[in-house]
Design a protein around this ligand. Sequence first.
Ligand SMILES: [Zn+2]
Length: 388
Amino acid sequence: MSMTITNSVFILASLLLLFPRVEAWGKIGHQIVANIAYNRLDQDKREKIDIILNFTDFETQGFDNQLAAVADWADTVRYVSEYHWTGILHYINLADNKIKNGCPCQNNNEYSHPTKFKFHSEPHCHNQTDNTSCNFVYERDCVDGKCVAGAIHDLSMMVHNTSNFKDQLTSNDEKEWSHEFLKTRHTNEIKKSSNIQDNYKNLTNKQRLMFIIHFMGDIHQPLHCSRKTDEGGNSIKVVFSKSDQIEDDTSNFKGMITPRGLRGSEQIGNAWNLHSVWDDGIIEKSIKIYHNDSQILFQNHVENLLTVETNIEQWSKCSNSLDEECPKKWAQESVKDALKWAYNNDNREVVSGDVLSEEYFETRLKVVERRLAVAGLRLASSLNVIFG
Ligand SMILES: [Zn+2]
C-alpha cells in the first residue's frame, strides 16, 4: 500500500467520524453509480483504471471494485483545508436570485390532486412555459468553469490527455510510471490558486479520476443543480419518514444545523432538509421498505432500468464527458427535475414545515432511480472514451 493510499484511507476514516453526514448523493447513491459503471466498462479500460486507482484493499473494506471504493472520496476531502477549493465543484447554483420572479416549481399534471389545492395558501407551481432564464446558463451559473459541469469536462480532458501519453509506454512501464507518479505526490503539495485550472494541474491523475467518478454522480442529483436562494434545498426543512408511517413532528427542526458556507446536511428523526431527502432519504427508504434492507437488491433494480431498450437509446445520446455540451445537458436535466419534482409538493412550492407525503416519496423515487441509472451509464461511457 503506497503512502498516498494510506494517507487517503486515514483521512477518509477520520473525516467520517468528524462529519457523520456529508452532502451529495449519500454514500449509497455514489456507490451504486460506481458499481453500475464498473459493470459496463470495457475490460481494457477497467484494467487501466485499476492501475491508476491502485486501491488494492477494496475488498477487505467491503467494496466490489475500486470505482465504488473511491466514489465518496471527494465528499470527505472537501473539509480538509487543501481541498476547500473543490467544494464549489460539487454543484451548480442556478442564479435564481438574479432572475425576476425567481425560479418557481413547475407543474406536474401527471400527479396533481386539484381537490387538495384549496387547503394550501402557498403559490401553486407554474406551467412549463415559464421563465427560460431558469435553465442552466453556463456563463452565468458556472463562471470560469467553477461548477460540477465545468469540473467534469476539464478533469476528463486532463485525464484523457495524460492517458494518451501513458499509452506510449509498455504495460510494465505503465505500472511503474503510475506507482512513481503517485509516490511523488502528496495532498499537501496541492496549491490553492484562484485559477481552478492551476489547481487541477497539481492533482495526480488518480485524484482527478476520483473527482470525475464522484462528480458524475453529483451532477445527476437534481438538487445539486438547483436554486441558489435555498442552497439546493439545504435551507428547506421538511418532515420525511423512512417508514411508511408519517409523523407530523416538526419539533426536531430547531436542533438541525446546516454548517454555514457548506452545503452540508443533517437529519434528526423525521426532520430533514430537502437536499438530504434527495441525497439519502428516498434511497434509504426504498431499500428499507421495497428491497428487504438490501442495497444490492435496490442496485439490481436500478441497473435493470438500463435493460429497457428505449432508455438506453435515449440516455446514451450524449454520454461523453469530453464533449463539453454533454455535462451541460446533464445539468440542465437536473435543473428541470429539481423544479418539476423536488420543489413541487402537491403542485405547490415545497416550503419549510411541509410534510412530504407517501405520494411524494413514491413518485420522486422513480426520478431518483432514473438519475442513478443514467449516471452509472454515462460514467461508464465517459470513462471508456477518456481511456479510449
Ligand atoms: Zn459531492
